[in-house]
Design a protein around this ligand. Structure first.
Ligand code: MOS
Length: 737
């Protein structure tokens, strides 16, 4: 398979996107559509004393107001639900009682004929509270940290060897505390749901990374069969994790629509996105590293604490990469949580890997200086030739090549190791580097491929395109496996009535859906070839299937290409409209290999010594991520991840008011996401890898690995430029004063 796969073709949905033809969830303006607006708690702890909806109900256009006083009773999601079946964003269900756990908690929903009417009426709802003292800052409560109950299993602790003897063996030891702030995903597209009931069935147009997760969760919460909840999501304008699980607004939209017996649209406002769809929690990470003088690690200890709400545990799995990145006999990784009056955090682009490698890869840099070793050299001396935690060989690992080629392209050998020694006129120049790694996830997926009598093909899977290029790469895979051109393939996704696929998270979609599409297409091709070679009317009759090739839909004898016929010929002769094959793939099953993508980042910063303005001026990153299906969309993914990492290093910070527990940066004016002017030209490359162990197409996934380690590379460059080691993100100019 290689006619289209591996080529940087344009997005097949690009035309629809740039012409406005791509319909996102909030674009479905159904007839009789009503609009819902969420009412949120303005306190962080306590209870609702009274909620007065009288004036609001009399406002023009208002159809209904739902609060805990008249909301239907909802079912909680069972504890034993497997994450691959679906996951609710937070266990706390909306409008079930008067108790307030955090500021911004959904306490009501107003439904009106127009959005303006609903918004105005929502402002008329008067709420009186009994106010308790909220706990907002986890730093005052660190002694109360406890091991989380972690249903995702990502924040698992790990130990190998013996920390005490590892510390005793070290010639040089560093112990540092790193902190990362709350961050919000801020995708361009707001979360939104359009709900429409028809009898006892509901259709949801939902901005989600997981249509099947949403269908499962909504059906469980409402107590109706899963097949009665159809979820559609054709285009998603970015998710980054905040659309990975099913949140309260989707449930509220479904309830609201049933309440008023009309289709209802609920769009979470930009401000509400800060309190409605999760966030990356604040972390406090203590890292201890020890090494002998030659730079061989003897001990790695990584203890993480993050905040969690009062009603459930969420652990940011910061130690997940620490466990496996370096060869080291003595390792201890722990995760603890502290309860505060905030909503539930969630996964955010490389949850744990991104936040954890900021600490780990900064600490490795600190150790390199303590040992007087080049930071790249220190990493090479501790290169893990197999997974040291699982004690398994890697399915493939090209990290060495990423380091080598990255260093070469960047010019790392020209680096003067002395801090503050490099200049560009009066600007301080710093060079830093860091490592990236991200696991390979194969998630359960089904896909169907049909070869049509027209000679075209249709491929379908109930997956999502969250902006990553799913439509495009699946089209490429199907086209190559069938032996037809991409123009002849139509790939459909985003409907729970299609063969079931998993959520698009964990950088798993290309690998999982791609494998299912590949196998289904290959079998569909084989099926047609079998029909030909067993048919006396076919010119290919009597050949063995291995003697038949397909190109542009023409099946021919390899030895005599003039002998052959098209897919269309075969189907028409059999009076068939199409043949189809469905392929189903399980989750990761093999246990003989440890499967990761790896990468290396090299960053240059320039710091103004007077104003302390920091600019990232160059960035070079290389990745070994298995087969690259489309270098253009893959590059977009990794430069997106790196941009996330640069802004994690320098900009992003969700600031809380410590008294009210309210986010005071709840807009794109106050919460700084990077724009082009903040971002340098990013040079990326992929090391060719042929990994036959991970899945049938050898794909590892590239959605998240770009952010892993990139914040540390920037922080390390800033240290090199200025001699200031900032362990608290974001690194703003004031911290360099
Ligand atoms: Mo990603 S945080 O797995 O959506």
């Amino acid at each position: 398979m290689s006619t289209s796969v591996g080529k940087p073709i344009n997005r097949v949905d690009g035309y629809l996107k740039v012409t406005g033809g791509a319909k996102y969830s909030a674009d479905f303006n159904l007839p009789q559509l009503a609009h819902a607006v969420i009412i949120q708690s303005s306190i962080a702890s306590g209870r609702i004393h009274t909620i007065d909806t009288q004036a609001a109900l009399l406002a023009p256009g208002v159809l209904a107001i739902i609060t805990h006083l008249n909301a239907p009773k909802l079912n909680s999601v069972p504890d034993d639900l497997k994450p691959v079946q679906g996951k609710i964003g937070q266990q706390l269900l909306p409008l079930q009682d008067e108790i307030i756990y955090y500021n911004g908690q959904h306490i009501g929903v107003v439904i009106a004929t127009t959005l303006g009417q609903a918004t105005y009426a929502a402002s008329l709802v008067r709420v009186e509270y009994e106010l308790d003292n909220p706990i907002i800052d986890m730093m005052s409560l660190l002694s109360k940290a406890y091991p989380p109950k972690d249903p995702l299993g990502l924040g698992k602790d790990a130990v190998r060897g013996d920390i005490i003897s590892g510390l005793a063996d070290a010639d040089v030891c560093i112990e540092c505390c790193y902190t990362t702030p709350i961050e919000h995903h801020n995708p361009m597209e707001l979360s939104a749901t359009v709900a429409n009931w028809n009898g006892d069935k509901v259709t949801l147009y939902d901005a989600t990374q997981g249509i099947n997760s949403t269908s499962t969760i909504v059906s469980l919460v409402l107590g109706i069969p899963k097949q009665n909840v159809r979820v559609l999501s054709y285009f998603v304008g970015g998710g980054f994790g905040c659309k990975g699980f099913t949140w309260s607004h989707t449930i509220l939209a479904a309830i609201a629509s049933r309440f008023v017996n009309r289709p209802v649209k609920l769009v979470v406002t930009r401000q509400q996105m800060f309190t409605s769809v999760g966030y990356r929690p604040k972390t406090l990470q203590n890292v201890t590293l020890g090494a002998i003088q030659e730079g061989i690690l003897t001990v790695i200890r990584h203890h993480t604490i993050n905040s969690t709400p009062l009603y459930e545990d969420f652990a940011e799995p910061c130690g997940s990469i620490t466990k496996m990145l370096y060869e080291c006999p003595n390792v201890e990784v722990t995760h603890r949580v502290v309860q505060v009056n905030l909503g539930t955090p969630t996964i955010m682009r490389a949850p744990g890997e991104a936040s954890g490698t900021f600490a780990l890869e900064s600490a490795i840099d600190e150790l390199a200086y303590a040992l007087n070793l080049d930071p790249l050299e220190l990493r090479l001396r501790n290169y893990a030739e197999k997974d040291p935690q699982k004690n398994l060989p890697w399915s493939s690992k090209s990290l060495y090549k990423c380091y080598q080629e990255g260093a070469e392209r960047f010019g790392w050998s020209q680096r003067n190791p002395e801090v503050g020694s490099m200049r560009n006129f009066d600007l301080l120049v710093g060079w830093g580097m860091a490592t990236a790694a991200y696991p390979v996830y194969n998630r359960p997926t089904a896909a169907t491929v049909q070869i049509l009598a027209s000679g075209q093909a249709r491929a379908i899977s109930g997956t999502q395109d969250i902006g990553t290029g799913t439509y495009t790469v699946m089209t490429q895979i199907a086209a190559d496996a069938l032996g037809i051109s991409v123009e002849q393939v139509h790939f459909e996704l985003g409907d729970t009535q299609l063969p079931r696929a998993s959520s698009s998270g964990g950088s798993s979609t290309a690998a999982s859906v791609g494998s299912a599409v590949y196998l289904a297409a290959q079998q569909a091709r084989d099926k047609l070839i079998a029909m030909a070679i067993t048919d006396t009317a076919s010119p290919l009759h009597g050949l063995d299937k291995t003697q038949v090739q397909v190109k542009d839909g023409y099946c021919y004898a390899e030895a005599q290409p003039q002998i052959g016929e098209t897919y269309a010929d075969i189907l028409k002769r059999h009076h068939m409209d199409f043949v189809e094959v469905t392929s189903e793939l399980e989750a990761n099953t093999q246990k003989q290999y440890s499967m990761y993508a790896f990468g290396a980042h090299f960053a240059e910063v320039q710091v103004n010594p007077r104003t302390r303005t920091i600019r990232v001026t160059r960035f070079t990153s290389g990745f070994g991520a298995g087969r690259i299906l489309n270098p253009k969309t893959a590059r977009s993914q990794v430069i997106g991840g790196i941009t996330f990492g640069i802004s994690m290093a320098l900009q992003e910070n969700s600031v809380l008011d410590e008294h009210s527990g309210r986010f005071i940066t709840a807009s794109l004016a106050d919460y700084h996401v990077p724009v082009h002017a903040d971002t340098p030209a990013i040079e990326t490359f992929f090391v060719e890898e042929q990994d036959t162990h991970i899945n049938p197409i050898g794909v590892k996934g590239v959605g998240e690995i770009g952010i892993v380690g990139s914040a540390a590379a920037v922080a390390n460059a800033i240290y090199h430029a200025t001699g200031k080691r900032i362990r608290d993100l974001p690194i703003t100019g004031d911290k360099l004063m």
